[in-house]
Write a protein that binds this ligand. Structure first.
Ligand code: ZN
Length: 225
């Protein structure tokens, strides 16, 4: 009886802790949840464009990007934040044929998703490659020069990625289409280096992909709160 009571008390304490933790997140978010937060998650590459490939196994960046993006969407939705994906499968979001090059159609389709969503943040998920130095590893986040909100979002995510991989990167300025195509706070998250064997091994597994996605999720949440 006493044992059951003790267990019940422990369960109640745990519930209270969870409610408190959830309450903190919700109250922090509630101030800005009218209308609800929306985050565009852009899984880079896809279709005919695999992105960079792993040096050891040849794993495609497009596949890793999608897996991390889907996991990030899951975490955001779980926190009551709408996640809008530019692609949710292996194909490019652009039309297979039409005016312009494949890359132009692909990029413009991503931009159209962002504009339609009018999001609070845009996270473009990519993997790095630097064959000239295969020891380089860890996450690196890019923002557009002069974009204060983008820089804040990048710093928030970079701090969590550094904690995950033991890196000491600072967020970097980048001149990329996904950062420049709209004025919503936007970052490119390079989750790791597929030119580094350890990063490639880690990013090939669901556990580390989930850890990276969670680090990005925490960074986004802190930015929005
Ligand atoms: Zn890429």
């Amino acid at each position: 009886m006493f044992f059951l009571k003790k267990r019940a008390l422990a369960a109640a304490a745990l519930c209270a802790a969870l409610v408190l933790a959830a309450g903190f997140c919700l109250s922090a978010a509630a101030a800005k949840t009218l209308p609800a937060f929306r985050v565009v998650i852009d899984a880079g590459h896809g279709g005919a464009d695999p992105g960079v490939c792993g040096a050891v196994t040849g794993i495609r960046e497009s596949e890793v990007n999608l897996a991390v993006a889907l996991r990030l969407a899951e975490y955001l939705e779980g926190a009551g934040i709408a996640a809008v994906l530019t692609r949710s499968g292996p194909a490019s979001p652009g039309e297979a044929t039409g005016a312009g090059s494949f890359k132009q159609r692909d990029m413009l389709a991503r931009k159209a998703v962002i504009e339609a969503a009018a999001p609070n943040a845009v996270v473009s998920v990519h993997q790095n490659s630097f064959p000239a130095d295969r020891t380089r590893r860890g996450g690196q986040v890019f923002f557009r020069e002069g974009a204060a909100a983008g820089q804040a979002l990048a710093g928030s995510i970079q701090a969590r990625l550094n904690a995950l991989s033991g890196g000491t990167f600072s967020p970097l300025r980048g001149d990329y289409f996904m950062l420049n195509c709209t004025n919503y706070p936007s970052v490119i998250v390079e989750c790791g280096f597929l030119s580094n064997p350890e990063d490639e091994r880690l990013l090939s597994g669901e556990d580390y992909r989930a850890q990276v996605a969670y680090a990005v999720f925490c960074g986004v949440l802190a930015f929005l709160a």
